[in-house]
Structures are given as structure tokens and as C-alpha cells.
Design a protein around this ligand. Structure first.
Ligand code: G6P
Length: 547
């Protein structure tokens, strides 16, 4: 048994989980009028009501003791200090440096990285202004009004989803289009109808070796040249964001058109770097800066608030409770705000690529659950599809609801309906509806006893289903920055408890290598097939369909 599972507070939580069996949140609310006042916390404009969770004060206390026991605060400080915590890649983890407005240095290998970070922010600012002010023009002198942002994973999700979430802040006259998938349909549909003379391609790839991004950029280059552009015009219409400067220049990117990023910033943590340039182009540099400032405020909260009032710690430890002591295997995000509809997908990469691991420390195979499946979609849509299973299914799925209390284009009727659905769902999940209540509802319906009993059984809602509700006044850039940093630090705390390396992603490598070997057989139809029978069979099917 691993040391974690033998730890005193893990053992205490295991016995507490047994002692809570048969108890129901409904009863805790009935006997404890101060429950919600006590189990709520606020920071950076975000209010967290976590009272609809299957926890008592004793459970919460044991969870915070577990966090202390596992050295979460010291591990946090090590991250912010630039220690080499990504030990399998021998790298520091310093996405926090990208939004460090403290004026203090951040040291990596004995060198303060802040001057380069700040210089890059200035480069982003100046470039953004040059586009918005019509100073940077295409090769025929036309303004660049269409931005094609090419990237995938962390080089796509952050820019796209943050831009989508901040639609009320979009700058007029600049249209940003995102391309990620190597499926040619995507780049084809984006480029169709664009005027190459007014199009800027922003190629984002930290490694500058990702197949999809390279191919999409090549296709965009071919499109530009076939539309009338020439090789010397490329520099006016193609820029790159990468940590691999040599590969970018070899690809044909002009050195001055390359925005740097650094190895100590993970892809899924990189929207705060120049990877965020499409965001700045979409909402303007000042709003992009506010996004970073919101994250900085959450960093300060995470580094200073007592664990019991620390939003990332509270959410992280509740997640540990469900994953490790309540057998939950997934966690659903339900943003009740149309513009935040992409947020579950963003957190999906952030969480699952960070904590979807099975080795702790240097080489120990874990004997406990680690990262859950993260999924979700905008409310109220989910209520008409998967909420059924969350209410009456056989698996426990903790939920994070989030709602802005004010929205742009405010329509009081619509917004009240949205909020009432959000709050009503958390209430239904918590209190459910008993058999007796369902049975009584069926009185006077002319049903025989067996039918009435059966229907009451099918209508019973067990309740005791946990949820967090996050409220914020409005989703402005600063609040969004704080919200994203909140989830980044939640993921960090859980990784620290489980002892996994939340900052590498070796699991994505094998598929890429095998995919390239298959590609060679698809592009050479005479090449002998020496894979497993299924893969050979699939390759033959593709060959036959594309003869
Ligand atoms: O930015 P790139 O180097 O092109 O990488 C893009 C993506 O590729 C990989 O799949 C990683 O798992 C992601 O974390 C990364 O964001």
C-alpha cells in the first residue's frame, strides 16, 4: 500500500466516508441553518457556494489536514519559485511568471526571466495596436482584417475559448478564425471566401513539430501563394509563436515575426504567453492585459489565503473527496452562460492532461484513483440530455455550476430563466424527491396500487448529488482570468496530493509515433503491411476507398 493511503488523514477520511453512508444532505440543511453561510467563500470577484456537497465540517477539516500533511503549501511555493518540479522533463513550471505584475524577479537557471516576459508582452501590445490601427498592412497595402489562428491543444483551446467567452469585448473590424484539426475540411472552410491580401496567419506551436499545425500552415501558405501572393510577401502575412525559434525560421518564418515562449510554460498553461496573441487581437491588448491581471490576483489569493478559505484548495480537496473516497470517476462542468460554453473543453485538457497519470513520485505505481474524466456543456442545454443520468443514474458525478449574475444584452426574462434553471438544478440534485413524495403525488390519478407503486419508484429522485456553484457579477476579462487560474491551481493541488507530475504528457507521444508509421503506409499503397491484423485491415479499407 502506498504511503499516501497509509497516511493518518487518508485513513481518517476512509473511516469518515463509511460513517456518512446513509446520511443525506437534505437532513444536514434541515438541521443546520448556517450551513451555506459557513460553506461559502469568495475571492477575486468569484463567490463559491460549496454547501451542496456531501461533506460535514469534520470531513472538510480532515481534507485540509490531508493537504497540509502532503505539503501542498510547500509544493505551491516551490512552483512559484521556479523549482524544477516537472522532474521528468527537468523543467520549472512558471506560467505564473507570465502574469507576474509584482515587479519581483522570477529566477530560472539563475537568471531573472521577467525582462524577457515583459518585452514579449510589449511585442504583443505593439503588434496588436499595429493591426488594430491599420498600420500593419498586407503586401498590396490593404489592412489585415482576418486572422487565421492555426494551432491545436493548448495552442488552440486557450485562445479560442477565451475569445469566445469574451465576445462582448471583441474589437470591431478584426475577425479571428481558428483552425486546429488536420482534417482538411477545417482549413478549407476557414480559408474559403477570405481575401489573402487581408489575411494574417498566426501559427502557434510551442514545439513547432505538431503535425496538424505544420500541415495546416503549409496549406495556408499554398493557398496564399496560389491566390497571388509571392514568397517575399510571406513575411507580411505569416507570423509564428514558438519556443523552437530555429525550426520556425527554417520553416520560412521571418525572425522578427516570431513571438518567443519558453520551455517552463506547459502547452495547456500557455494562454498567458504569446500563445494568447489571438486573444489580444480579438479583444484588444488592454482587455488581454486585464485577463492576465485577473489570473495574477488569483495567484496572490492562492499563495496567501488560509487553506480553509482558499478557493483552489477547497475545490481541489472536494474533488479528492469524491474521487478517492466516494468513487466518482468524472466531474461535470456546467456553465450557465452561452459565451462560456467552451470552458468545459478547456478544463478538460487542463485537468486530464495534467492529472491523467498513474505513476507518483519518481517511479511508484499508484494504488488510488487520480485525475477524473472532465466533461460538460452549457446550461440549460444539458438538462435536456445528460442531466437525467446525473439525477437518477448509478454513477456519482459531482458538478460545478457557474453563472454570471449580469450578462451583456441583459434581457431580464431570459436571464431570470437561466438563473432559475441553474439554481433549481443544484437544488434538485441535493434534495431529490423521495418515494413517499412521488407516491403522494400520484393520489387521485385512478391508478391501481401496483401501477402507482411502480410509477413512484421510477419517479423517485435519490438526491444527495453534490454540486459547487460559482457566481460572479459578470464575465469580464479580469474575472475570466481569475476563473481560469482558479482551475489551474485546483489541478495543481490535486496533483500535489496524488504525487503525480501534472506538467508532462508522455501519454500523448505513442499515438503520434504510431500514427506517423501508419501514414507512411497510406501514402505508399504498395508498402507491405506489418502491423496487427486490425490495423492492416483498416489500412486496406482506406487504400481500397482511395485507389
Ligand atoms: O504547441 P504545440 O507544441 O504544437 O503542442 C500542441 C499540443 O500538443 C500536444 O498534444 C500536447 O499534449 C499539448 O499539451 C500541446 O498543447
Amino acid at each position: 500500500m502506498t504511503a499516501l493511503r497509509q497516511s493518518p488523514h487518508w485513513q481518517q477520511l476512509t473511516s469518515l466516508a463509511h460513517s456518512l453512508e446513509g446520511q443525506h444532505m437534505r437532513d444536514w440543511f434541515a438541521t443546520d441553518p448556517q450551513r451555506t453561510e459557513r460553506l461559502s467563500a469568495s475571492a477575486c470577484g468569484i463567490h463559491l457556494d460549496y454547501s451542496k456537497n456531501r461533506v460535514t465540517d469534520e470531513v472538510l477539516s480532515a481534507l485540509y489536514d490531508l493537504a497540509r500533511e502532503q505539503g501542498v503549501e510547500a509544493k505551491r511555493d516551490a512552483m512559484f519559485s521556479g523549482d524544477i518540479i516537472n522532474h521528468t522533463e527537468q523543467r520549472a513550471v512558471l506560467h505564473t511568471a507570465l502574469r507576474n505584475f509584482s515587479g519581483k524577479p522570477v529566477m530560472v537557471d539563475g537568471q531573472d526571466v521577467m525582462p524577457e516576459v515583459l518585452a514579449t508582452q510589449d511585442k504583443i501590445r505593439d503588434f496588436t495596436h499595429s493591426i488594430h490601427q491599420g498600420k500593419r498592412l498586407g503586401y498590396t497595402g490593404k489592412p489585415l482584417t482576418h486572422i487565421v489562428a492555426v494551432g491545436i491543444g493548448g495552442s488552440f483551446l486557450g485562445p479560442k475559448i477565451m475569445s469566445e467567452a469574451l465576445k462582448p469585448y471583441w474589437v470591431d473590424g478584426v475577425n479571428v478564425h481558428y483552425v486546429a484539426n488536420v482534417d482538411g475540411c477545417h482549413i478549407h472552410d476557414v480559408l474559403a471566401g477570405l481575401d489573402h491580401e487581408q489575411t494574417l496567419v498566426v501559427m502557434s506551436s510551442k514545439s513547432f513539430s505538431t503535425q496538424e499545425t505544420l500541415q495546416n500552415t503549409l496549406t495556408a501558405k499554398e493557398w496564399f501563394l496560389s491566390a497571388g501572393g509571392s514568397q517575399q510577401d510571406i513575411a507580411k502575412h505569416f507570423i509564428a509563436i514558438s519556443s523552437n525559434i530555429s525550426a520556425a525560421t527554417e520553416f520560412g518564418m521571418a525572425e522578427d515575426n516570431i513571438f518567443p515562449m519558453w520551455d517552463w510554460v506547459g502547452g495547456r498553461y500557455s494562454l498567458w504567453s504569446a500563445i494568447g496573441l489571438p486573444i489580444a487581437l480579438t479583444i484588444g491588448y488592454d482587455n488581454y492585459r486585464a485577463l492576465l491581471e485577473g489570473a495574477f490576483e488569483m495567484d496572490n489569493h492562492f499563495c496567501s489565503a488560509p487553506l480553509e478559505q482558499n478557493l483552489p484548495v477547497i475545490m481541489a480537496m472536494l474533488g479528492v473527496w469524491y474521487v478517492n473516497f466516494q468513487h466518482a470517476q468524472s466531474h461535470v462542468l456546467l456553465p450557465y452562460y452561452h459565451y462560456l460554453r467552451g470552458f468545459p473543453a478547456y478544463v478538460q485538457q487542463l485537468d486530464m492532461e495534467s492529472n491523467g497519470k498513474r505513476i507518483a513520485g519518481s517511479a511508484e505505481t499508484v494504488d488510488y484513483a487520480t485525475g477524473p474524466v472532465i466533461w460538460g456543456s452549457e446550461g440549460t442545454n444539458g438538462q435536456h440530455s445528460f442531466h437525467q443520468l446525473i439525477h437518477q443514474g448509478q454513477v456519482l458525478i459531482p458538478a460545478d455550476f457557474m453563472l454570471p449574475l449580469n450578462v451583456p444584452n441583459q434581457n431580464d426574462t431570459h436571464h431570470a430563466m437561466l438563473a432559475s434553471n441553474c439554481f433549481g438544478q443544484t437544488q434538485a440534485l441535493m434534495q431529490g424527491k423521495t418515494y413517499d413524495e412521488c407516491y403522494a403525488d400520484l393520489d387521485g390519478k385512478g391508478l391501481d396500487e401496483d401501477t402507482r407503486h411502480s410509477l413512484a419508484m421510477h419517479k423517485t429522485m435519490p438526491g444527495n448529488k453534490p454540486s459547487n456553484t460559482l457566481l460572479f457579477n459578470q464575465l469580464d476579462p479580469k474575472t475570466l482570468g481569475s476563473l481560469v487560474a482558479l482551475y489551474e491551481h485546483k489541478v495543481f493541488v490535486q496533483g500535489a496530493i496524488w504525487g503525480v507530475n501534472s506538467f508532462d504528457q508522455w501519454g500523448v507521444e505513442l499515438g503520434k509515433v504510431l500514427g506517423n508509421a501508419v501514414l507512411a503506409k497510406l501514402t505508399d499503397s504498395d508498402a507491405p503491411l506489418d502491423f496487427d491484423a486490425s490495423t492492416n485491415h483498416l489500412i486496406n479499407a482506406f487504400r481500397n476507398a482511395n485507389q
